[in-house]
Each structure stands twice: as C-alpha cells, then as structure tokens.
Design a binder for this molecule. Sequence first.
Ligand code: PMP
Length: 297
Amino acid sequence: MAYYNEHTVLWQDGRILKASEAKTDLYGQSLHYGYAVFEGIRSYRTAAGATKIFKAEEHYHRLRRSAEALNMPYTYDADTLIKATYDILEKNHLQDAYIRPVVYGPANMSFNPNTESFTVIQTWEMAPFLGEKLLKVMTSSFQRPNPKGFKIEAKASGHYVNSILASQEAKGKGFDEALLTDMNGNIAEGPGANMFFEKDGRLFTPEKGNILPGITRATVLEICSELGIPVEEGQFTIRQLRSADAAFFCGTAAEVIGWESIDDTKFPVPWKDTLGRKIQQTYKDLVIEKQDQLTTA
Ligand code: PMP
C-alpha cells in the first residue's frame, strides 16, 4: 500500500513538510528501543459532506497520557494538534482517512530521560466502512504484556511487537486475526482492537487493567447504555467465549467487526441477528453523524 506520494504533506512540530522530505534522527531510543507513543485516529466524510475527525479530543488526550506514562516530555495541547490534523487532511485532500500522530525522542542511545520530544502527524486514505466479512479468530499462543512490566494503558510503540507476533502467528495458521489472553490466561484483546462477546442477550467485555482501554470500546459502552443493552465488564475465560452466541472486535481502524469463529468453534447466532450487528450499525451512523447522535457522544 502506498501511504504517500510526492504531493503528500505531514505535520512535524509546527511545520508542514512533504512526507518524502521529512527527516528523523536514526540515533534515538524510539527506533532502537520502541520508546515512542502514538495514536490511531479516523476521519470520515459525514452524511452532510464535511470532514470530521471522530473523537479527536479523546485521542489527543490519550496521546498526552501515553507520553506522560513513558516520562516523555510533551508540550502540545489537544487543540493545536486537532487544528494541525484538519489542516493536513485538507492539504492532502482527504476525508475518509487514517491519522497517525507519533511522539518520539531525539538522539539519545542511553536509557536516560530526554529533555525534548518530537511529534509528527501523518495521514493516509482509508476506504469507508466495510465490516461485513466475519473474522475467523485464533486464540494466540502470545499473552498481552504484563502490566507489571509495561504501562499497558499507554499506546506505546514497543508494545506492538507483541501485536505483530500474535497477528502474524494467526495469519500464518490461516486465521484472520488473533485473540490474546492476559498474564492469567483470561481473555484480553486483539492485537489492535478490544473485544466483546454476547450470551443470552447480554454483552461481556474484559475489564480495564490488562488491556488498552479503547476509545471505540468506550463508544460501544455508550451505545449499549443508549440502546439499553446490558454489558458486563469482568474477567472471562476462553472456555466462556467458546460457548458464546457471538463476538466482535472494536477499534478505531477495525470499527465494529463480527467474528465467525474462535479456533474451531463457530458462533451459532447469525451476525445479522446479534447485538454486535446493531451496535455496528449505530457506530457506523455515529461516525458519519447520520441522523440522531448519541447524547453522550
Ligand atoms: N487494543 C489495542 C492493543 C489497540 O492497538 C487498539 C487500537 N488503538 C485498541 C485496543 C482499540 O483502541 P481504540 O478503540 O482507541 O482504537
């Protein structure tokens, strides 16, 4: 996939630069040790034709919290970065886009703290919502990073080696995606998405603590409360998941996407009849600001 061409611009610490000409230092902790934080954000062409970044404040606030969790100097307020993002979306002629801000360090090959950080915002085109194909999911042999070893609630670059290993393992075995457990063997999340499962008209999702608490997960919880769907946050086993009626992933990039199966177990309720499908439709309308928005959104 081509993420940029000779016309594409990005934002780097207050400057608009050509993506093909922007530079970073190769002698730093971010490249060598994965010591960087980032966000994954979506913008959409709304039903009215405008460009709208979905949950922009929430994402830029999490970027700040991630940087602070890793002791990285961080100076930008959310408004500045949101304005910068709309600016490059417009300059790149993008509406349905993926937005990737990254905060990274200067030249420093030691483990000592930095006195400054750099921030870059990149954008590329992302096709509008698909979400119809159901996923064959595999229980990963990899567990999510132990929260006693990492700041698991931070969206830190280094954590994603774990995601890459799990996703590559699942795809190598003919599945579409992985499901990782936590350090106790309970269900945690996908490599880049949170999950919910449905049983007897209720939804269940892993509680915070061993997962990245997703902004989409929070949106799904809001949708559930709006639609009167009961949800339980807790610790759940793969065995419980195998006897579920249905399941789905949710994340900024994945949006809401249903599962066909977990390992060799197919979910019995057709996706069109699930709570997940109802939530998927509501989410889809919400991001493009179609008709009545949630009051809490
Ligand atoms: N878990 C992980 C590990 C992720 O990378 C993501 C994507 N950011 C999520 C969950 C979902 O988070 P969000 O809904 O904020 O995109």
